[in-house]
Ligand binder design. Sequence first.
Ligand code: HEM
Length: 444
Amino acid sequence: METTASSLPKATLAETITIATQVFGPLFAEGVIIRRPAVLKLADKLDLNRRGVDRIQELRNKYGDGPLLLPLPGRPQAVILKPEHVKRVLDETPEPFAAVTAEKHAALVHFQPRGVLISHGAARARRREFNEQVLGSDKPVHGLAARFVAVVAEEADGLLAELAGSQVLTWERFAPVWFRVVRRVVLGDGAREDEALTEQVNQLREAANWAFLHPRRKALREQFHQRLSEYLDRAEPGSLAAVIGATPTDEDIAPTDQVAHWLFAFDPAGMTTFRALALLAAHPEEAEKARAEFRKSEGTARQYLPYIRACILESLRLWPTTPVVLRETTAETQWANGLMPAHTSVVIFSGYFHRDERRLPQANQFFPELWEADRPGENWPLIPFSSGPGVCPARHLVLLVTSTMLGALISGHQVELDPPSLLDPREPLPGTLSHFSLRFRLSR
Ligand code: HEM
């Protein structure tokens, strides 16, 4: 192990190759911006993401607190190993730990070149404020919650009616309904049937998956943004577009870039809902609790369903949709173990913190109680939505929409996984769960 007064501990070349191939490789291959079904299937089979957790545990055993530098060519990379360091990096965003990194920029520039996540300085501050205002970042229940709950209920009823014959629910049947909800919530009912818009953002995301390795599809990006501005001009009541219409904006805030991010980020929210359904299908007792909560909550009570929100958070803890949170240092930083140079890429592998059974005894089980009474974050970082000044500004909105959908799907039905053995509650839950492959049988 190499440590000096002025430099952080450094991993060996062999360890670095292992991390690159067993931690970052699978995540990149699965698709960072849009998931690739075939690779996810393979990752499921080989439990690749579990291996990633094991490798980081080994580094923590050997190097202790870190941060640990990886001698990769190009920019230095540092892996965070200690909970207090996670907190520091996320709390001290965007200075000296900038949210924008070369990797994120190369990917997101394909469809949201002025998105807040890849902005810095004054532009970032203004775009962040805009996102917080429109998405209701500080409120557990969004100002338009009544409308959003009604939209989800309507679409879920439609889906359940459609399934009445076969009673088999697959991702292929769920996804179009989910994206209808998303378009109605974000842009209004007028966008309900606009599947072409979702297709456009998905095509741009496919290019984004390859980051700088894929040429930019500028014409498609312009068409997509043009279509978004038409919806924003309409500002249909009861949608986020209407809230944008009532929020001061200008060219520099770039509202269509922010909305492009929202349409993209609602996709992982759909996956999360589907995986949470799988968890409930495999855990009948918890499913009954969730069902009871949904049934007894009427009117405004349905806008805040703590137990079902906890089930969604468990789905995110077990299978985080942002498995790696990246930052880039804007200046040299001092740590107990040494100095980290400026322009280092800082890597927080949330999968490791969420699934380290040595620190979190229930790490590999479904345990919604973990989210009760603000327990997480006290001692051990559970960061599905990140944390600090760069925390996901839509976390409450996401929990609202996903919990309503999950509640609606289970309230009138028993749900079984097909095959039921896919998730065995007596075994540690798998490191990957491809939402594409999930199949459910519903019965009244
Ligand atoms: C399951 C659903 C979601 C999860 C788990 C999630 C998680 C996250 C995480 C971990 C970050 C920090 C990323 C980073 O620092 O690199 C983030 C940022 C962000 N999220 Fe979400 N998100 C979700 C859905 C959404 C949705 C639906 C929206 C919008 C409607 C949204 C808006 C944003 C924005 C604007 C940022 C950038 C914040 C900033 O840089 O200050 N997210 N999200």
